[in-house]
Design a protein around this ligand. Structure first.
Ligand code: E4P
Length: 214
């Protein structure tokens, strides 16, 4: 399974990249807004650090306007994947992007049938938002399982990118289901690294090392 980091903070991206655990980056308008920097500056800097796919979201809501943004974003760096919301106009834009060779990540997906449409339109990635579904007392990961089954049934090339990840169990379930990618906030990546027995074990080894004659 590939790991993307879900952030627009360059320091978080650099730290995860240095650990060799990330294959790409996802951003969204809310994450970029938190940085206080321009979208272009943030994207270009991220693409200088990570050579894998970097998702950059359009903010237009009509197909024509989305296509203008998509072409401009894709021209910035070769690894930019254009993130398009799962609305009717968005699907039209996904189809055109596929025809023009622009990679897309279809975002704000909340059902397996939406994901089926995105695959038919030619999406490179589909992003089911599992945490937001859990937030309304439904099963986010159940949707991922359905999408994986449907995509396998019909051999779609669209990659399943588990998004809105909130905790390590989402990652564990995504990996067990065979999702292609999980995009995680920096905090969740660090939670995955940490185990209390590792910390206790290391503390003991270091304490015992002090007793070894030097
Ligand atoms: C993914 O591409 C999205 O940016 C992200 O995972 C949304 O997560 P949230 O529901 O925690 O905002």
């Amino acid at each position: 399974m590939k790991f993307f980091i879900d952030t627009a903070y360059i320091d978080e991206i650099k730290e995860a990249a240095a650990m060799g655990i990330i294959d790409g980056v996802t951003t969204n308008p809310s994450l970029v807004a938190k940085t206080g920097r321009t979208f272009r500056d943030v994207l270009v800097e991220i693409c200088d650090v990570v050579k894998g796919p970097v998702s950059a979201e359009v903010v237009a809501t009509t197909c024509d306007d989305m296509m203008q943004e998509a072409r401009a974003l894709a021209a910035l760096r070769p690894n930019i994947v254009v993130k398009i919301p799962l609305i009717a106009e968005g699907l039209k834009a996904v189809r055109l992007c596929a025809q023009e060779g622009i990679k897309t990540n279809v975002t704000l997906c909340f059902s397996a049938t939406q994901a089926l449409l995105a695959a038919k339109a030619g999406a490179s990635y589909i992003s089911p938002f599992v945490g937001r579904v859990d937030d309304i007392s439904s099963g986010g990961m159940d949707i991922v399982a359905d999408i994986i089954e449907i995509y396998r049934n019909y051999d779609f090339d669209t990659e399943v990118l588990v998004a809105s990840v909130r905790h390590p169990i989402h990652v564990l379930e995504a990996a067990r289901m065979g999702a292609d990618v999980a995009t995680c906030p920096h905090k969740v990546l660090m939670q995955l690294v940490k185990h209390p027995l590792t910390d206790i074990g290391l503390e003991r080894f270091l304490a015992d090392w002090e007793k070894v004659p030097k």
